[in-house]
Each structure stands twice: as C-alpha cells, then as structure tokens.
Design a protein around this ligand. Structure first.
Ligand code: NCD
Length: 332
C-alpha cells in the first residue's frame, strides 16, 4: 500500500474539529492541546468510584485489528466502554480475510451492522486513510497503527506523559532511541513534539535503522548513544521491529544492547530528572535493562494508564466532530 499520503485535512471537519484521527502530522497545536486537556480531565475521572461517562452511549465502536496487539487493543476497548459505547472486537487475522474476503467487503458488512466508529490497526502504511476514504461519511476512523507510517494515539499518550511529568514542552530536549526506520511511533512522536514546540528532538540509532532524509523532519541524528543521550529531559526507547525487517540490519541483539540499549550507566548521562518512556512491548536486555524499565525514572506503566484517557479523548472528540459535520451538511 502507499507510503506517501496526502495528510492534509482528511481528518478534520469544516470547522477544524477532528472527525477521524489518522496522523499527528499537520494537526495544529490548538488541537493537540485540546486532546491533552480533554485526556487530563478523563484521567482525573479514572480514579473515581464510577469511571463511566455517557458520551458514547448508544454508539457502536468496532475494534478492527489486522495485526496482533495487547495494550493498544485493550486500552481502546476500555476507553470505549468507559465512554459507555457498545464495543465489538474483531481480530481479522483470524477472521474473514483469512477466508479470502476483501477489506472492502469486510467494511461493508460492518457498516451494515451500523457501526459508528472503526479503530483500525493494519500492517500496511496508509491503511487507516484508505479505510477513512472508503467508509460512509458519518463513521469515524481512528488509526491504531498502520505499518511504519503512524500511531497517533500512542504519540499523544506519550505527549500526555511528558506534559504531566515536565509541565511544559518548550525547553525540552527529547531523544528517541532504537529502530527509527520501522517505527510508526517515532514518526508520530516527532510530528507531535515539533508542533508542541520542544527545543530539540534527537534520534539515536545505528545507521542501518535511520530512515533516509530524516533530518528533514527537524531532528538531529546521532549514531553514538553516549553523545545523543547527553543532557536529555526525555528518553523515548523503541522496540526492535524484527517482524518488519526483511534483511539482517543488525549484527546481533547483544551487540545492539551494548551500543544502543538503555542501562543505568548510560541513563546517568541524561539530566538527573530525565524520564524514560517505552511504548511496549519491551524486550528486556535488548532495548532496555530491567533496572531501568522498573526504575524510578521509568514512565512505562503511566503511559498505559494515560493511553486510556487519550483514547477516550480522541474517540469522544471524533464522534462530536462527525455529528457537527453531518449537521452542517444538512444545513447546507
Ligand atoms: C507499538 C506499535 O504497535 O507500534 N506498540 C504499541 O502500540 N503498544 C510499538 C511496538 O510494537 O514496538
């Protein structure tokens, strides 16, 4: 499927509200901040006795996962349930497409069940945009990760984690470490971090795992982790995406860990109050040492909690953006 996509505005309605959430690229800072503020209010609610609000009551959300997932699919499911939606979870790799049904037929079948929202994960870059263009106009599509292209809710839960730990984005130095080449998380993080106005974004990886022309995304490239991590406020680790590597891009996992794995010694080079993020699943001893993953600077579990709140925020915003979209088309 396509790797270069027209990102502009297919996810916004005429009033500039979200109607789909497909990418963090090109979204204005006001909208990213609205997602963070809305998520913050849902986070406060998650510690209360009753965790539910009726914002999506009567709506049907279909989790459409064409790739395996644990935390993303379960936090999307919980988010939808906390918004009072009815939720259907479909693991398509074990469903109709393995019987030869086309994606279009699968979508039409689900539309006939009157779904209001599709949460889509797919191994092909561009799949979420493709689905958003295919479905009936009043169905919201949320990208839960498409190939190596984008993973916007992961990036926004990372932004929420940074905001809650650091307060403000300006002045921050953020390093993203590991398999940048195959990472939809890194791409979505870079777009969001730039828009939210951090001082500096660094990517740290072996040459073989750095995409060509990444400098054009406004990042500094380091192949030496000891230099790259120096004085950072945020260290974002990535998983080695072995399932997306067609050829041997690394000598060995132990060599990778020696040079690019995060251990306590390397972490000492960052600022003393630096936080360590990882989207999960983590490979202990490959990207990150257990002492760091479980240590005081790690935000890995807070990220999971924040993920529910961010997903509640984008789901409720997209449903209301769809409603306003259809109201304004009726008036026209
Ligand atoms: C990420 C993904 O699927 O892109 N994980 C996640 O959403 N929790 C990162 C990864 O799989 O490495």
């Amino acid at each position: 499927m396509i790797e270069s996509i027209d990102h502009n505005s297919s996810q916004l309605n005429a009033s500039g509200q979200l109607k789909h959430f497909l990418t963090t690229e090109d979204l204005p800072a006001t909208l990213l901040n609205e997602i963070l503020d809305t998520a913050n209010s849902f986070l406060d609610m998650s510690s209360q006795q009753v965790k539910k609000v009726p914002l999506l009551r009567g709506k049907t959300v279909v989790n459409l996962f064409f790739e395996p997932s644990t935390r993303t699919s379960s936090t999307f499911e919980l988010a939808a349930k906390r918004l009072s939606a009815d939720v259907l979870n479909l693991n398509i790799s074990s469903s109709s497409t393995s019987k030869g049904e086309s994606l279009k037929d699968t979508l039409m079948t689900l539309e006939a069940m009157h779904a209001d929202m599709f949460v889509v994960r797919h191994p092909d870059s561009g799949a979420a945009h493709f689905i958003a263009n295919q479905v009936t106009p009043n169905i919201a599509v949320i990208n839960a990760g498409d190939g190596r292209h984008a993973h916007p809710t992961q990036a926004m839960l990372d932004m929420l984690t940074i905001k809650r730990c650091k307060g403000d984005f300006s002045g921050l130095v953020v390093a993203i470490v590991g398999d940048i080449l195959h990472s939809r998380v890194a791409r979505s993080q870079i777009h969001a971090l730039r828009t939210l106005g951090v001082a500096e974004i660094r990517v740290i990886a072996p040459k073989t795992l750095i995409p060509k022309d990444i400098e054009f995304m406004g990042v500094k490239v380091y192949t030496d982790m000891l230099q790259g991590i120096k004085d950072c406020d945020v260290v974002g680790m990535l998983r080695l995406q072995k399932e997306r590597m067609n050829s041997a891009l690394l000598p060995s996992e132990s060599e990778f860990f020696k040079l690019y794995g995060l251990n306590s010694e390397k972490l000492k080079l960052a600022k003393p109050d630096a936080i360590v993020m990882h989207p999960g699943p983590i490979n202990r001893g490959v990207e990150i040492e257990s002492a760091v993953a479980d240590g005081p600077q790690s935000t890995i579990l807070q990220q999971v909690t924040n993920g529910i709140a961010v997903r509640m925020a984008v789901m409720s915003m997209a449903i209301s953006g769809q409603l306003n979209n259809s109201n304004s088309s009726v008036q026209r």
